[in-house]
Design a protein around this ligand. Structure first.
Ligand code: FMN
Ligand code: SF4
Length: 380
């Protein structure tokens, strides 16, 4: 059988195969960030669908870090029991679940938080970034003081503690896609001249401090993963060379696995969820970056971004480009895809990478595959 179905482990977290559900905002949390019955049902479906590891949606560590509506939160102890229901539902199957801990930074939604977004450096209202949907971003961001930076590190640390208490099998520090920690890494956002800006080491300082504090809190034997950009694809953004440098620092700092992604929500066609992945050469769009990372750092690598075919996933593992295959949109459309592949039906994922699935989430219903829904309505 393919190596994709090997049993492996990441720092003691036993995984039944090499497939990962990449962190996916579902828009199915309560207003204060707890999982709803709708979300727990979806998690049960995903676990039953055969994926070895689920990474939760980005989960805000402080109320001022919320970037999307109906997002999961882990900023207060009262949420622990509510998250437990979700982890228990997943653990009924042979599936693990890791919480992705997050702060939106400049991309926090001030309509939801009621506050001016925090940012590594002040963002002026001359910046005219737009979201793919055409919704205009907040154009003002407030530079974080050194005191706030320490508070944010504490918030990530407490969030990790709560995640562990909620039964999550590990945590993933979200340092990609242009959100707060990624903003610090990126010269496009980080113009600081103190210890948290300038050189790569300085820009990576907050991520390393979060890692260090979280490690002390959760202990040596608890998996800590990091999701990071290979590149920002922005003018003055993080480059591949710099990203590899940060990954080497994370490795030295004791991270257990890296999920390699790229782009930000304002990187145009090169955003993290690229459209029109309709031929084999467009699949796995960060594979060359993954190859470069594997050459530099010997660390378990989770590859995400446009993987649609079993054969391509298989080759990525066989060639040692990646250790784990992570997918988001294919599993929105087909939560049972992995089970289907395991049973020998190797049909490519049905997802056409049209990026319509967030629309019902923005409308407050929770995400689903809108392309499939429309197709069904047409053929009725
Ligand atoms: C609806 C939606 C929600 C997403 N939410 C998150 C998230 O919460 N955290 C994250 O790291 N990435 C998020 N992503 C990005 C995916 O995890 C993934 O990196 C990207 O979609 C590329 O993988 P794919 O081609 O398999 O979809 C989201 C993507 C989509 C389409
Ligand atoms: S709407 Fe459906 S087909 Fe389109 S990207 Fe989302 S999951 Fe894929």
């Amino acid at each position: 059988m393919s190596e994709l179905f090997d049993a492996t482990e990441i720092n003691g977290m036993a995984l039944s195969n090499r497939f990962v559900r990449s962190a996916t905002w579902e828009g199915m949390a309560t207003e204060d960030g707890a999982p709803t019955a709708q979300l727990i049902d979806l998690m049960e479906k995903l676990a039953g669908g055969g994926v070895g590891l689920i990474i939760s949606s980005a989960t805000y560590v402080r109320p001022d870090g919320q970037s999307h509506r109906k997002m999961l939160g882990i900023y207060k102890d009262e949420l622990i029991d509510k998250h437990k229901r979700m982890t228990e539902a997943v653990h009924k199957q042979d599936t693990k679940i890791v919480m992705q801990i997050h702060h939106g930074g400049f991309f926090a939604n001030s309509k939801l938080t009621g506050q001016i977004p925090l940012a590594p450096s002040e963002v002026e209202d001359s910046v005219n970034w737009k979201l793919p949907t055409g919704r205009k971003m907040s154009t003002v961001g407030k530079e974080m003081s050194l005191e706030i930076i320490q508070d944010i590190i504490e918030a990530f640390t407490s969030a990790a503690k709560r995640a562990k208490e909620s039964g999550f099998d590990g945590i993933q520090i979200f340092a990609g896609h242009g959100y707060l920690l990624s903003q610090f890494l990126s010269p496009a956002f980080n113009k600081r001249t103190d210890a948290y800006g300038g050189s790569l080491e300085n820009r990576a300082r907050i991520v390393m401090e979060v890692m260090e504090k979280v490690r002390i809190e959760v202990g040596r034997d608890y998996p800590i993963l990091v999701k990071i950009n290979s590149e920002d694809f922005l003018n003055e953004g993080l480059t591949l060379d710099e990203s590899l440098g940060v990954c080497a620092m994370l490795y030295e700092g004791g991270v257990d696995a890296i999920e390699l992604s790229g782009g930000t929500w304002v990187s145009g066609d090169l955003r993290p969820s690229r459209k029109q992945i309709n031929s084999p050469d467009k699949e796995a769009y960060f594979k060359e970056a993954a190859r470069a990372l594997k050459e530099k750092v010997n660390i378990p690598l989770i590859l995400v971004g446009g993987i649609r075919s079993f054969q391509i996933a298989d080759l990525l593992i066989e060639e040692g480009v990646a250790d784990y295959i992570s997918m988001c949109r294919p599993l929105i459309r087909e939560p049972g895809l992995i089970k289907q592949w395991k049973a020998g039906n190797l049909t490519k994922a049905a997802c056409i990478s049209c990026n319509k699935c967030p629309e019902p989430g923005h409308a407050g219903e929770g995400i689903y595959c809108l392309a499939e829904r429309r197709l069904k309505e047409k053929t009725k």
